[in-house]
Every structure is written in C-alpha cells, then in structure tokens.
Design a protein around this ligand. Structure first.
Ligand code: ASP
Length: 411
C-alpha cells in the first residue's frame, strides 16, 4: 500500500478513535492517552523535530550554493516574499468576509462576564527583523531560531559558491550530510501513519466534541474560509502563475498536509513538506530549500484566517462591530502577527491578542475560542504549509520555463 493511502487511513481512523474516546468516561481516555497515544505521538514528533534544524541548515546552504549567484537568490527572495504577503492579505479578506456573512458570534449567546484570558508576552515583531543576522549562530540553532539559521546558512552558501574549488571538500561534506538526512526522513516517514493516528486521536479525544456547542458556527466559518483559500486562491495561483495543475499539486502534496494536520506544527512538518515538494512535485532543490523553510517561519495564511474570523467573532459577541478602517487595521496587523507566529502549536492564538488590541477589542474574548482552537490549529497548519509549497512550486515551474526558453533561443 502506498504511503499516501496509509496516512489517509491513519487520518480517518485517528479522527474516529478520537471521537470515540471523547465519548468515553474521561479516566478511560486519560489512561489510553497517557500510556498509548501520547508516547507514540510524542516519539514520532521528536523523531521529526530531531532533524528539522540540521535539514534546514544543510539544505539552505546547498540551495544557496546551487543558485550560485546572490542576485538570483535576491530575485527568488523578492518573489517569495511578494507571494507570501499577497496571499496572506487575500486570506485575511476571505476570513473577514466569511465572518461577516456567517455571523458566528451573536451577542448575548456567550458568557462574556466570566471570560478572562491571561495574556502571554507577544514577541515584538520588529526585533525579529532586526535580529535576523545571528550574533551567535550556535545559539540560534540551539534555540531553533529559524530566520537566524536561514540567514547564517545563506552566508555560508554564498561563500561556498564564491570559493568554488577551494572549498569543494566542505561542499561535499554538506552534500553527504544531506544524503544522511534524506535517508533519515525516509525512515521516519514510514512511521508517520502510526504517529499521525496517535496524535490525531489524542488531540480530538482531549478536545472532545461537547466543547463545540455554541462554537460550532465559529468553527464552520474558520473551516469554510480555510477551504476557500486552499481551493480557490492557491488553485488560481498554481494555474495562473505556475501554469500547472492544482489537482496534481494537492494529490502529490497530500502526505505533508496530513503530517501538518497531526502535528499542528509547520516547523515539525518541514522535512516532510520539503521532501514531498522536491521528490513528488519536482520542485528544484535550490528553490524548495530556501522558499519552504522561510515560509514555515513567516507565511501563515491559515493562522491569518483564524485571526480574521476570530476578530469578527469577538467583535460580534461584544457587540462592537468593526468599521472599514478597523478591518484594514486587522489586515495590516494580522499580516504582521502571522509573520511573527512561530510554526509550533497554538502560537497563532497568542498572537491574536496583538490584533485585538490594535482594533480596541477585549483580549478576554480569546477565552471563548481557546477550547476549540486545538482542533482548528490542525487544519490551519495544513493550509500554512500548503501555501509555502504552492509558492515553491510556482517559482520552480517559472524557473524551469525560463530555462527552456533560453535553451530554445540558443539552439
Ligand atoms: N500551529 C501553527 C503552525 O505551526 C501556528 C498557529 O497558528 O498556531 O503553523
């Protein structure tokens, strides 16, 4: 049976087991979770997390060296960031639109009196940019600061490309390290169906379905907006800009989406999403290894959608409707918030506080949606990494077309 099929079955079984477990008495769930689901899920998660930092470092070095010319890297960088910003803005418009049409937050239906949310420190966004060049690259790796790791790797890659033969030994070392990491990813992916099953069953069993109740409409709104963005925005971009088939893209990229669904972490899914893009979609390694790690760090369209719908929802619950200028403010701050969101579970919700404050809505409103956020995190993370892969695919297809045209001209 193919890996995709196995993962699909694990996904369905995981959802069913999770729903079944949530209906059982909580002490039975807690025993199954503590002794079976949690250990299996955590071991799988640790296995992939173990190789994220080495793989990002090694592949960004190799990708930059492969491009050879820093000007080409600059061009790809500008296209990538342009794509990321535009699609995030579109995602926010869709999120706001769906929230306004479906009206998930009827005033008076929710207990706002007892809603309190203890705010967590939101990292200042500008610091992320100012500190992009690491003072200490080893510390950047040990703390998993992805942007700093990418920046350091780009410098090493440029140096390797410039020094050519002089450093061919080190280049070979990186190439061989890459072989080792790919070998490990292939092995880890074989365990993905089991890990995904355990993580999904545990998350759904824990969140339970009884929490849904009055939050159902909010969930429907977020899911609908995520679906519209995936099915329309990305498909149009793949077709229009990449001149490729969106259906083929989704079919071949699916295993990565399901790993994102089960882990709720863009960072943890990176090794798998890069593998799927390079091996199945044929995205050039030099492009994928730069565009996808960057995207897993700064491009979060799914998170942006949740933040837009949540803002509209909270505005409706507290009967403080948003005006046009406030909505524009949501688009601006939520774009920044999604850039600053780390690719790990639940951070999108912490960053939502920044958006709410900016438009003058009560941060306590977050307490209303926290209960269902774990489930939505699974879906939005799948969309987050899909946006990164779509961008890599589009840029790579464009690059291939350019090369063909050039070859045609010289022939
Ligand atoms: N879990 C998301 C991710 O890793 C971030 C978030 O929205 O909380 O992409």
């Amino acid at each position: 049976m193919s890996l995709t099929k196995k993962i699909l079955i694990a996904l369905v079984l995981g959802v069913m087991a999770g729903i079944g477990l949530s209906l059982l008495p909580s002490d039975i769930f807690s025993v199954v979770d503590t002794y079976v689901l949690n250990p299996v899920g955590e071991i799988f998660l640790n296995l992939i997390m173990m190789i994220v930092i080495p793989i990002v470092f090694v592949s960004v070095v190799l990708g930059t060296t492969g491009l050879g010319d820093p000007a080409k890297l600059g061009k790809i960088g500008i296209r990538t960031i342009g794509f990321y910003l535009c699609t995030t803005a579109v995602a926010l418009v869709i999120g706001l639109g769906v929230g306004l049409i479906l009206e998930p937050g009827q005033a008076g239906t929710f207990d706002t009196e007892n809603a309190t949310y203890e705010e967590e420190a939101v990292p200042p966004i500008m610091d992320t940019f100012i500190n992009i060049i690491p003072e200490n690259p080893i510390e950047a790796m040990s703390t998993g600061n992805m942007l700093q790791i990418i920046a350091f790797a780009v410098f090493i890659g440029i140096a390797l490309a410039r020094l050519g033969d002089k450093t061919s030994g080190i280049l070979r070392l990186f190439e061989q390290a890459n072989e080792i990491l790919i070998f490990l990813v292939n092995g880890i992916m074989r365990t993905a169906p089991y890990g995904a099953f355990a993580l999904i069953a545990s998350a759904i069993g824990d969140a339970g379905l009884n929490a849904l109740g009055s939050m159902l409409m909010y969930m429907v709104a977020v899911i609908l907006a995520l679906f519209i963005h995936g099915a329309i925005t990305y498909s149009l971009a793949i077709k229009g800009l990449g001149k490729a088939s969106p259906l083929k893209f989704y079919k071949l990229f699916f295993p990565a989406m399901s790993v994102a669904f089960s882990t709720s972490s863009s960072s943890a899914t990176l090794p798998v999403s890069m593998k799927m893009a390079q091996e199945r979609l044929g995205v050039k390694k030099s492009i994928s290894s730069f565009v996808q790690p960057l995207g897993a760090t700064i491009n979060m369209d799914g998170t942006a959608i949740m933040q837009a719908v949540a803002t509209v929802f909270i505005a409706q619950v507290y009967a403080e409707p948003l005006g046009i200028s406030q909505m524009l403010m949501v688009i601006l701050t939520a774009t920044l918030a999604s850039i600053g969101t780390a690719g790990v579970p639940g951070v999108g919700l912490i960053m939502l506080a920044m958006v709410l404050k900016q438009v003058g809505l009560p941060v306590d409103g977050i307490a209303l949606i926290i209960g269902v956020d774990r489930l939505l995190d699974m879906l939005r993370t799948s969309l987050n990494i899909t946006g990164d892969a779509a961008c890599a695919y589009i840029i790579s297809e464009g690059d291939k077309r350019n090369e063909k045209e050039k070859a045609g001209e010289t022939a």
